[in-house]
Design a protein around this ligand. Sequence first.
Ligand code: PLP
Length: 361
Amino acid sequence: NSLNFSGGPGALPETVLDQVREAIVSVPDVGLSILGISHRSDWFASVVAELETNIRVLLGLDKGYRVLFLQGGATQQFSMVPMNLLRGSPVAAQYLHTGYWSGKALPEARREGPVQVAWSGEASGFSHLPTDAELALDADAPYLHYISNETVEGLQFHRVVGRDDVPRICDMSSDFLSRPGEFDRFSLIYAHAQKNIGPAGVTVVVLRDELLQKMRGDVPTFLDYRAQADANSVLNTPPVFAIYVILLVTRWLRDEAGGLPGIAAKNAKKAEVLYKALDASRGFYRGRAAAADRSLMNVVFTLPGSDVEQRFLDEAADAGFSGLNGHRSVGGIRASIYNGLELSAAEMFANFMDDFARRNR
Ligand code: PLP
């Protein structure tokens, strides 16, 4: 568990896992298993209310924002965003194409209306992110969509991009609640839970009330943000277990991890030790991302040849490290260092990298 560097579902903090274990048998003060508590109970309504507040407070947002807990993963948001905000628009929404996942959002948006790619990194193999000067931004676009952290390529924006007068919509699935930021500059943020904040099955959507008012409402009820907001995220049976685990993680972030500044300092340190091992190898490990755009969540690199790469993975597995295979679309190695992973695990892996490079260079 403690040496799990998986890029799909991330590791959860040990103290949260202890509480989850207890809750599966019996939730304190309720006396029932979390798997058997009704989503219509007062207790669950209080879970949703506390979680909404915790997320708003962690992000530094006021009551002008709603927090929804939806299903269908981040993939469903690729459709739900344009269904609610692009359908029927004569003006194109703008999208940044910075890697594998932002590429997946494009065809879904094109089903709903006109789309304009304001920048694409495809020709350069998604090895870097755009500068502000390279972005062709349209003041009339209904919104700008981008991904703050490209999980597959290990590219992360270290600034907010786009115009303040065009609604910014951001997929933060793989860096949500991992660092502080200017979240009030976004109109809609979405993130599935399974990287930094909980188990798969729930997707957090944070959106401006103002944006809700502008939505058209000619979409199926389940995919209508307004209907979901009106129902306080209990339009149908929600994933009660997953939502409860996120609540525990937000309490952990608030009470034990030092809030977003605290977790960001820990995440930066983990990234620093891994990139240091990569750079110290003098070209043995090749980082995928341009240095300025390196992700603090996914450290992605290749080794000289597939034989060496396989030996690296085998020896890493023998040493207890798991989840290091790169995404199936790009191969190579990906060490994901989400919130739940301890600094000591990153240090152990960096030592392993140093040692392997020395023996195989
Ligand atoms: N967006 C990003 C940034 C991702 O990393 C992923 C998957 O890892 C997705 C979207 C797709 O998420 P889901 O499997 O929850 O639909």
